[in-house]
Ligand binder design. Structure first.
Ligand code: NAP
Length: 339
């Protein structure tokens, strides 16, 4: 009989955690025991896995005995504090937070882009999942980079509220209802109302004027696809529940025609080309939500540059941007390293 793996989900009750549970089941990951961990607030609740109710337990330092793989999505502070305990107990941690991403001893992995980096997990017992906006951008750009050599990326994002977790999904739902009924809308999660609005701020501002989210796209792109790539990012929160959209402009070393880009993207792993403007076919958040593919379309040569291309890239931030990417990493880990 083939081996089964004991899996823990830290942050199991959250937007990403619940999706991780679904992904493990959908993708038939060979789970032996499943352990669901969250804060003391959720301990005692149950979540369903493969038709059975599984008890949610409070996250503690000794929660990881016998666990082979720990999927973390409970925020950076929990990852920073508890990944070392999990690794010490023998679990390989796959972390969704930003806590470990830029640590030189922790691989930062998008399976379609740099699967070979996983081998570095032995240094700390931790593998980091990149930021959701970085993941979908790099899945789309990797085949173009391999062919034409990307020098510079200019990206503007249109990010869904689910990227901030369950509380933000609820805030957009409630605000929308209140405003449509002529009542005032309160905001708690974001600094301003998000319903019927766009916020040019994701995460905190840094001294250089960019937000942390924008700098994550800059730094993570370099770590995953190479130091030579310069990125300029503007990240915007929009009143969409699921699915991040990105307007991306690239400047390449070598000429990349629309036809060639289309050919490369048609064969690219994880990419679905949706690019028939005459038929009004292009990537949209409502089509990406609930699926794993990174949708790419609106391919156009940049008329202001010699070697430039524009594209529009959309993916489900909670799935490919987080849960699916983590489970794909776990799949590679057991296939190649934890046999
Ligand atoms: P969320 O919906 O707010 O869920 C947070 C989860 O963390 C819940 O299960 C919560 O448990 C748990 N948690 C909070 N405080 C805890 C504590 N002190 N001890 C143990 N567990 C605790 O947030 P999310 O969107 O799922 O995000 C989770 C992580 O994934 C974050 O680091 C986020 O940056 C990252 N991420 C999210 C996305 C996305 O698209 N949403 C994408 C990439 C990465 P309770 O239910 O008990 O409070």
């Amino acid at each position: 009989m083939s081996r089964k793996y004991n899996v823990a989900i830290v942050g199991a009750t959250g937007a990403v955690g619940t999706q991780m549970l679904e992904c493990l089941e959908e993708r038939e990951f060979p789970v032996g025991n499943i352990k669901l961990l969250a804060s003391g607030r959720s301990a005692g609740q149950t979540l369903e896995f493969k038709g059975h109710a599984v008890l949610v337990e409070e996250l503690k330092h000794d929660s990881f005995e016998g666990v082979d793989i720990a999927l973390f999505s409970a925020g950076g502070a929990r990852s920073e504090e508890f990944c070392p305990s999990a690794a010490k107990a023998g679990a390989v941690c796959i972390d969704n937070s930003s806590a470990w991403r830029m640590n030189p001893d922790v691989p930062l992995v998008v399976p379609e882009v740099n699967p070979e980096a996983i081998s570095g997990y032995t240094k700390k017992g931790i593998i980091a999942n990149p930021n959701c906006s970085t993941i979908q951008m790099l899945v789309a750009l990797k085949p173009l980079h391999d062919f034409a050599g990307i020098k510079r990326i200019v990206v503007s994002t249109y990010q869904a509220v689910s990227g901030t977790g369950n509380k933000a999904v609820e805030e957009l739902r409630v605000q929308t209802g209140e405003l449509l009924n002529g009542r005032p809308a309160n905001n708690e999660v974001y600094p301003h109302r998000i319903a019927f609005n766009c916020l040019p701020q994701i995460d905190a501002f840094l001294e250089n004027g960019y937000t942390k989210e924008e700098m994550k796209m800059v730094d993570e792109t370099r770590k995953i696809m190479g130091d030579a790539i310069r990125t300029s990012a503007t990240c915007v929160r929009v009143p969409v529940f699921f699915g991040h959209s990105e307007s991306i402009n690239i400047e390449t070393e070598k000429k990349l025609t629309v036809e060639k880009a289309r050919e490369l993207l048609e064969d690219a792993p994880g990419v679905e080309l949706v690019d028939d403007p005459a038929e009004h076919e292009y990537p949209m958040a409502m089509d990406a939500a609930g699926a794993d593919a990174v949708l790419v379309g609106r391919l156009r040569e940049d008329l202001s540059l010699e070697n430039g291309l524009n594209l529009w890239v959309v993916a489900d931030n909670v799935r490919k941007g987080a849960a699916t990417n983590a489970v794909q990493i776990a799949e590679l880990l057991i296939e190649k390293y934890l046999k």
